[in-house]
Design a protein around this ligand. Structure first.
Ligand code: CDP
Length: 230
């Protein structure tokens, strides 16, 4: 019996638990996990470090030519993001990157470059990718599309806890403002705005646990895998 591998796209708003769910689902299925948001964060980190002007197309194009993003698994089996061979996992989670990432991600050349890399990473299928436009633009043919939402207070509190685990104490109001600002830019931008794909399954994570989220996605994934395999 050979089971076909599928693409699982998990899109949605910031801090709804997309990455945590996607990582766990990938581990259970033996699939690759790709954090597309980490790629946009790495580009933003590079732009900040090199003072790239967001209104200068030539500078943006040159910068994109000089960026190579890769993922490596560390000894704790966690995926870490590398930019031009340097581990930037810690840097890209900082608030200074969160404050700029949606402006950078709204730029067309940035999206074109990242979508190209994301499609390459998922070309053999067997991948769980989370982001904003995975089900709508990157893999419109994904066999399973999930769209996650959650109440703002819950999302902000969860993100604050995540930052605390990395020894970063950020004011709840600052976290909330950042999430609110990114939601606004991500949903209203001209290029690939955040929206639920017509055939995506909606999951509201406000009142459910991480285990319940993972169970639900696994249940959906198994039914899609069986459907395409037989
Ligand atoms: O972790 P969180 O949900 O807060 O965000 P993320 O997945 O790390 O993504 C950071 C930012 O990258 C988002 O707010 C979007 O502006 C952008 N992004 C995007 O435009 N398209 C994607 N596929 C993924 C992220």
């Amino acid at each position: 019996m050979s089971l076909r591998k599928i693409v699982i796209a998990i899109d949605g708003y910031s801090a709804c638990g997309k990455s945590t769910t996607a990582k766990e689902v990938a581990k259970i299925l033996g699939y690759k996990y790709i954090d597309s948001g980490a790629m946009y964060r790495a580009v933003t980190h590079y732009f900040l470090e090199h003072y790239v002007s967001l209104t200068n197309p030539k500078e943006i194009a040159n910068a994109l030519d000089g960026i190579k993003i890769s993922f490596h698994i560390n000894e704790d089996k966690e995926t870490e993001t590398f930019l031009n061979g340097m581990n930037v996992e810690k840097e890209i989670r900082k608030m200074k990157v969160s404050d700029q990432v949606s402006q950078v991600s709204a730029l067309k050349p940035v999206r074109t470059a990242m979508v190209h890399q994301q499609r390459r990473l998922g070309k053999d299928r067997g991948v769980v990718m989370d982001g904003r436009d995975i089900g709508t633009v990157v893999f419109p043919d994904a066999e399973l599309k999930v769209f996650m939402t959650a109440d703002m207070q819950v999302r902000a509190f969860r993100r604050q806890q995540e930052l605390l685990e990395k020894d970063k104490l950020v004011d709840l109001m600052e976290v909330m403002e950042n999430i609110h600002m990114r939601d606004k830019i991500d949903t209203t931008r001209a290029e690939s705005p955040l929206r639920k794909a017509d055939n995506a399954v909606g999951i509201d994570t406000t009142h459910i646990t991480l285990d319940e989220q993972v169970d639900e996605v696994i249940r959906l994934a198994i039914s899609r895998i069986l459907k395409v395999s037989f």
